[in-house]
Design a protein around this ligand. Structure first.
Ligand code: DG2
Length: 248
């Protein structure tokens, strides 16, 4: 019943610096641009041709998709964008150095903030330089929907309506759907798709720039549980690197 391809954006300039990013709209690094182009080449080489693209409203995901589609010669692809695919809002941690945060608060608290399912970081103040309170792209969002922090459960709660209302209808039409998003918004989707428990999702990390393909059955359950990375060797090393972020 359609094919789903999940693509985390290429390395961002803040991924490279080891900073918590969340909804801060940072660009790709030069490495991230290369990863994005490589992601498009992997799609092309595997003969995977998306029919539609869904992205977040953040430029690292949008530019990754553009560079990948450029490499795959698919510039014309129809596109839909939604804040519901945005990265998890990292609250007051946005803009903070991951290694320093780990040192200051200890490994346990650091990992609770990064990977617990239902404990969000402290909320960000509206006058914080890294707040999105005044960002016009979210102006139509009712204030109760505009996050000031989020845990993974909050991300899943706001991503699922988009999954059912926008992505599932494309899959039901037999389309190959490309979703360009983020480490944690994709972890939320993978948790849902693979039925991963609240505890086990802590151990799942998504690498930058490597397409993860799901072949779905009529109930939108994966025929290939866990999905298939189009470059499994590179994915293994990159997953390890994400897991170790914040460790000097
Ligand atoms: C990263 C994820 O998001 O960080 O917000 O810092 O995928 O948009 O680069 P992304 C961030 P971790 O949760 O892996 O620390």
């Amino acid at each position: 019943m359609g094919t789903l391809v999940l693509l985390r954006h290429g390395e961002s300039v803040w991924n490279a610096k080891g900073l918590f990013t969340g909804w801060v709209d940072v660009d790709l690094s030069a490495t991230g641009e290369d990863e994005a182009r490589r992601g498009g080449e992997l799609l092309k080489d595997a003969g995977v041709t998306p029919d539609i693209l869904h992205t977040s409203l953040l430029k690292r995901a949008i530019r990754t998709a553009n560079l990948a589609l450029d490499a795959a010669d698919l510039h014309w692809l129809p596109v839909e964008r939604s804040w519901r695919l945005n990265e998890r809002h990292y609250g007051a941690l946005q803009g903070k150095d991951k290694a320093q945060t780990r040192e200051e608060y200890g490994e346990e608290q650091f990992m609770i903030w990064r990977r617990s399912y239902d404990t969000p970081p402290p909320p960000i103040a509206d006058d914080d330089p890294y707040s999105q309170a005044a960002d016009t792209r979210y102006a139509q969002l009712p204030s109760e929907l505009r996050p000031r922090t989020e845990c993974l459960k909050d991300v899943l709660d706001r991503a699922l309506p988009y999954w059912y209302d926008a992505i599932v209808p494309d899959l039901a039409a037999g389309k190959t759907v490309l979703v360009a998003a983020h480490g944690n918004s994709l972890r939320a989707l993978v948790k849902h798709l693979d039925g991963i428990s609240d505890a086990d999702i802590a151990g799942l990390n998504i690498p930058t720039g490597i397409p993860l393909m799901y072949d779905l059955d009529d109930d939108f359950h994966p025929r290939n549980p866990g999905g298939t990375y189009l470059d499994p060797e590179a994915a293994k090393a990159a997953i390890e690197a994400v897991a170790n972020q914040g460790k000097k």
